[in-house]
Write a protein that binds this ligand. Structure first.
Ligand SMILES: [Zn+2]
Ligand SMILES: [Zn+2]
Length: 450
């Protein structure tokens, strides 16, 4: 078994890993980089030109795992794509949205290579997808493959592959505890030869006892305090996963009487994913089977004109994308309107890239200045700024426990900044002195056959 890391750097970028066993080739994920536009945001796809490729296994519907799939499948029409039913619904929406964004950005960012794929290519790809049930083994091109629930987002899977007498388990993005909608991952209690693990939280020590419950109490108090001083609340968040989970947090706070029932303003892409989550409510494994966001909350989609003109009087609550407050998005527009007024609040509910406008506002905080990018430039921050950790990734200690228990002979560390990967490497070398713990270099092929 040979493993090649096709991600361009050791980071949370365009995730993509190639496996070769005898004459068969498999791809684990095929994403785009969340920050880098154009061809530079793709994985090292040239590597695939002279490699076998029969199957692509997609762990989940976030674009850093999925976004480059139409390009690969256009080149390799004989290969098949495997993902869960929920991930297929998400992929449809996410890839079409990505094509629309690239068509718009072609002129805005002067990128002649955009769009990297068309709506037609996405439709074509979706026709050829095989959907996979959790915990059922299927055979493809000489491999026995099983998808296991990974938590993280609806449809997310860890992928177990047995081929050529070797086994490898790829965790994808993972959460081992229940969130509000998506339930905890359920990985198999067995030992693979090789494990490929995500290292997102490697630089973040978990605080004892601080999971979502404590953060929910803090968020509730912070929203109430804003309303009491006559302000409005902006929560910039990712449209897929984070928005639905935080809407359920707010729903529960309203149902339990901690917050008054009121309208919540959302963005159009968020609504699309709400509808997918609601369609999956009786189908996909979850904490609250049957619960539908759109039936239980009063949600209004903000359009870009309203975002500029809406009165921000007392007590508006807005959950809009993008989570990074990228220029020309709803959250960027709203943030610019709210930052000059000390009554308002901006609350971050997950990871933000330090180089993004959201990252700069978060770092500078109230009383500071932040470069908002685009035409907005530097701005004073007079509103409140607070951060809440509603992470959809497992804490690093939980991941160490899981890997130490499974005792793979080899661990490959991916999906993390260098400091995170190195933290995992050091911890696992102590916990599993017999195993080899590697950070697979970009573009290099490792032989896992020994
Ligand atoms: Zn993800
Ligand atoms: Zn990811």
């Amino acid at each position: 078994m040979r493993f090649t890391n096709l991600t361009r750097q050791n980071e949370i970028g365009a995730n993509c890993y190639h496996l070769q066993v005898d004459d068969s080739g498999y791809l684990l994920d095929c994403g785009t980089h969340p920050k880098i536009e154009g061809n530079g945001g793709l994985p090292l796809l040239d590597f695939l030109a002279d490699q076998p490729l029969q199957a692509v296994f997609v762990s989940h519907g976030h674009l850093d795992h999925l976004g480059a799939l139409p390009l690969v499948m256009d080149d390799r029409p004989d290969a098949r794509v495997y993902l869960t039913h929920a991930s297929r619904l998400i992929a449809d929406r996410a890839l079409h949205n990505s094509a629309s964004v690239m068509i718009r950005q072609r002129a805005e960012l002067n990128l002649s290579e955009y769009p990297l794929f068309t709506h037609g290519q996405v439709d074509h790809l979706l026709e050829d997808i095989e959907t996979v049930a959790f915990a059922r083994t299927f055979e493809v091109a000489g491999a026995d493959v099983t998808f296991y629930e990974a938590g993280h987002v609806q449809g997310a899977a860890g992928v177990w592959i047995e081929a050529g007498g070797c086994s490898i388990f790829y965790t994808g993005d993972t959460k081992f505890s229940d969130m509000k909608i998506t339930r905890a991952g359920k990985f198999p209690d067995k030992q693979p030869d090789t494990m490929v693990i995500e290292c997102t939280r490697g630089s973040m020590p978990s605080q004892p006892g601080s999971d979502w419950e404590e953060e929910t109490e803090r968020l509730s108090a912070a929203i109430q305090a804003t309303f009491e001083r006559g302000g409005s609340v902006l929560i910039p968040c990712f449209a897929l996963g984070k928005m639905q989970e935080v809407l359920k947090v707010i729903h529960d706070l309203m149902r339990e009487g901690h917050l008054a029932e009121q309208v919540i303003y959302i963005s159009g892409l968020g609504r699309s994913y709400n509808e997918i989550y609601d369609d999956l409510s009786g189908v996909s494994p979850r904490v609250c089977p049957g619960f539908k966001l759109e039936n239980n909350l009063e949600l209004i989609v903000l359009d870009s004109k309203e975002a500029l003109t809406m009165r921000l009087g007392r007590g508006r609550l807005m959950l809009v994308s993008s989570g990074m407050m990228t220029p020309r998005t709803m959250s960027h527009t709203m943030a610019q309107r709210m930052m000059p007024d000390e009554r308002h609040s901006i609350f971050f509910v997950g990871y933000v890239d330090p180089d993004s406008p959201a990252g700069k506002v978060k770092a500078a905080g109230r009383g500071g200045r932040a470069d908002m990018g685009g035409e907005a430039g530097e701005m004073d921050i007079r509103c409140r700024v607070e951060s809440f950790d509603f992470t959809s990734h497992c804490n690093r200690e939980r991941m160490i426990d899981y890997v130490s228990h499974a005792r793979p002979r080899r661990v490959l560390l991916v999906h993390g900044e260098t400091a995170s990967l190195e933290w995992f490497q050091q911890e696992l070398r102590e916990k599993l002195p017999e195993s080899s713990i590697l950070i697979p270099p970009s573009g290099e092929t490792l032989n896992l056959g020994d």
